[in-house]
Design a binder for this molecule. Sequence first.
Ligand SMILES: Cc1cc2nc3c(=O)[nH]c(=O)nc-3n(C[C@H](O)[C@H](O)[C@H](O)COP(=O)(O)O)c2cc1C
Length: 328
Amino acid sequence: MPEIWLAPLHGLTHYHFRNCLFRHYSGFNAAISPFVPVQETAKLNVRKWKDLAPENNTAVELIPQLMGIVPAHFADTMKVLHQEFGYARFNWNLGCPMAPIVRKRRGCGLMPFPDEVEAVVEAACQQPYRFSVKMRLGMHSPEEGVEIARRLNQYPLEFVAIHPRLGEQQYAGVPDWNALEELLSQLHHPVVYSGDIFQVTDYERLSARFPQIKTWLLGRGALRNPALAEEIKVIVTKKDDVSGINKFYDEKRTTGIGENELVRFNEFYEDLKQTLEDYRGASGSLSVLKELWHYFACFFQLTEEQLHSLLIIREPEKFDEAVREIFF
Ligand SMILES: Cc1cc2nc3c(=O)[nH]c(=O)nc-3n(C[C@H](O)[C@H](O)[C@H](O)COP(=O)(O)O)c2cc1C
């Protein structure tokens, strides 16, 4: 059975979302948190990182993700997160392509600088924790990723998660699976795959092409269809049962959004809305819900116009009414 983890999506997959998702849908073995910045011990106040607090993460194991470039800050932050919250696994964000992050040589912005990458990994691996990296093919070229892989091979990393796009692509175009294949041939660590698994068939295609990959991150795919992890596991269970697989796809094709799927999504959505409202108030939660509706729109197969007319609504009650109309 593959391991399926929830990918970190900053601004979206924080603990309120994660907990609602895990309450209503199964299939996830773990999650990587959206990143938090590393700091020196004196400046750290991890109690304010509610997203990482153990009491907010009881459903599924969470691997905290760290962002930064100063080696000593990694050691400090990991130690404090271990002492305060008990974490012993940490992931480093070497893949964020957003311009303000890249400009500061953080995230994917550090991929063209292998010496700096190695300095962080060396310091982190001296700590008594499991350390891993999440990266892209490179910032500007896949050769950067291959050079980073060569450096990473020298250290005892737990895994390397790879999103097979370049940083300069952001999320445009398609992943480069040939470049991923080349990178995998150079990398000695276990690989966790991340990118563009939107349907069960995407998982099937990729797992057939990359049989050495055993762990799969679902990001936007899990937001578009919260049942995706479950559906993948159903298909894997039915692997030797051709008629069972055909039945699964036939049902999906013919019924569109099934009654049962709709009821479950509705329960999940109500829980999520209530949770966000309790925490941020009705208008505070509206902006988060709108972000999420960019993805939920795919579940309901909304047109651009339908989504647009939802997103321009400013009053929470009217927004809620429009959502009700989409549901029923
Ligand atoms: C809005 C958004 C926020 C993201 N935030 C993070 C993050 O905090 N850390 C990280 O490593 N990747 C982040 N990513 C990248 C995702 O984890 C993932 O690698 C990428 O979206 C490709 O996978 P997907 O197609 O399954 O979403 C983010 C992506 C999006 C779209």
